[in-house]
Design a binder for this molecule. Structure first.
Ligand SMILES: *Cc1c(COP(=O)(O)O)cnc(C)c1O
Length: 409
């Protein structure tokens, strides 16, 4: 039974096993629960028509208010936001370049990144034609005090071929963003920040813009709890304009092409662009409205209270499992990799009935499936996140973990 009082998910009706999410906002299992007010707004949006550019212009001013940036744009996810941000850095206002991408012949196309910032999501940069130039080492892991990347290494990689600097924001990423944006400013190179999962705290909406980022990308389907297929880009007006031009549907007759002036300055363009590289990352009116409403709710939410509830639930889960032989539990404060407190369960496979890996496997095979965090299996650790768990689901999770982990000897 979920908190809405429904005892059967649509997935059961379809014959597809449903999942209890104790792993946090993971796209593989559906991300987060979209806010009910966003769903209601999407249904209303579906009943009539609107010019998508007008809707994006309204979203832009709301994103600007929320982030302190000049402008904003709604994309079909943070990953699409990264692709479009990079496309904007590559093409700017040049309609010929827009038409040419992802072929970057004759276009500066290098994205400089610290090697330790390389993640699977940077494929989005390469997808629009960029080449990633990564610098630095993994020396920090030697424990000698050496750093992974020095600011001069980023500076030395900047050349005539540089289109942007890519930066992945996590509480542990080095060097600090401000140091990188300082270097970038000296060479007039835009910095694109992947902050997909860095909300809450809500202050992070404006933090990276304040620290000098040119474009910042957030996922709309994580803590904002908008539609899964939404993302937010906030940043400089000229780059946001380029995103719009490469994303909106461009089958337009030039004489009647009058995009909203808040989003596109027609006088600055050589003509109407063709369908751009972003056209295959469409955002519908329903998703756009859903994101706008969800962002508003996210801004109004009492984040301290939510945190208190997460902490309480994490403590309860940790306390309950602490008497199972072979399980050792601790609760993180949530200021590390994850934005919410999390229960860290160390599984001693000699004392418990299961190893961490087997426990993850067994829980996933339950009906409904249970997904716990499995990022630290090689340390013998599973994690339990309260972020996407409803109150009524906790007992089921605890009971099934006990059933698989507790030794009946
Ligand atoms: C989740 C995530 C993404 C992708 O976000 P989507 O909205 O699912 O496209 C990109 N980068 C990082 C660091 C993420 O955590």
């Amino acid at each position: 039974m979920n908190d809405a009082g429904e005892d059967e998910a649509i997935y059961d009706e379809l014959g597809v096993p449903s999942v209890i999410n104790a792993a946090g906002t993971k796209t593989r299992i559906g991300g987060s629960r979209i806010r009910s007010e966003a769903v209601a707004a999407m249904q209303r949006a579906s009943r009539s028509f609107v010019r998508l550019s007008d809707l994006q212009a309204e979203a832009s001013s709301r994103i600007a208010d929320a982030t302190g940036a000049d402008a904003g744009y709604v994309t079909s996810g943070a990953s699409a936001g990264l692709a479009l941000a990079c496309a904007a850095a590559l093409a700017g206002r040049d309609v010929e370049r827009m038409a040419q991408l992802p072929d970057t012949t004759g276009i500066p196309d290098e994205v400089v990144m610290a090697r330790t910032h390389r993640i699977g999501y940077d494929h989005a940069f390469r997808a629009v034609g960029a080449t990633i130039v990564d610098v630095g080492t993994n020396d920090r892991h030697l424990g000698t005090g050496a750093t992974n990347v020095e600011p001069w290494e980023i500076e030395a990689a900047i050349s005539e071929e540089t289109a942007a600097i890519g930066y992945v924001q996590k509480p542990y990423t080095q060097p600090p963003l401000e140091v990188v944006t300082d270097v970038a400013a000296d060479y007039d190179v835009p910095v694109i920040v992947d902050a997909a999962a860095e909300l809450p705290p809500a202050e992070n909406l404006s933090r990276f813009v304040d620290e000098g980022a040119d474009l910042v990308v957030f996922s709309g389907g994580k803590a904002i709890r908008g539609p899964q297929t939404t993302g937010v880009v906030a940043g400089r007006a000229e780059l946001i304009e380029s995103i719009a031009l490469q994303h909106l549907d461009m089958h337009a007759a030039a004489d009647v092409w009058t995009p909203p002036s808040g989003l596109v300055d027609v006088d600055q363009l050589d003509g109407v662009p063709r369908q751009g590289i972003g056209r295959s990352m469409k955002v519908g009116k329903e998703e756009l409205v859903g994101l706008i409403v969800a962002l508003e709710s996210f801004l109004e939410e009492d984040h301290d209270e939510r945190r208190r509830v997460w902490r309480e639930r994490a403590d309860r889960i940790a306390a309950d499992l602490s008497d199972v032989a072979g399980l050792e539990t601790a609760v993180t404060t949530g200021d590390g990799v994850s934005v919410a407190p999390e229960v860290v369960v160390r599984v001693d496979s000699d004392a418990a009935r299961s190893s961490a890996t087997n426990l993850v496997r067994a829980l996933r095979a339950e009906t409904p499936r249970i997904f716990v965090g499995s990022d630290r299996l090689e340390e013998g650790i599973v994690t339990i996140s309260p972020l996407c768990l409803e109150a009524g689901e906790i007992d089921y999770v605890l009971e099934r973990i006990r059933a698989h982990a507790a030794c009946d000897c």
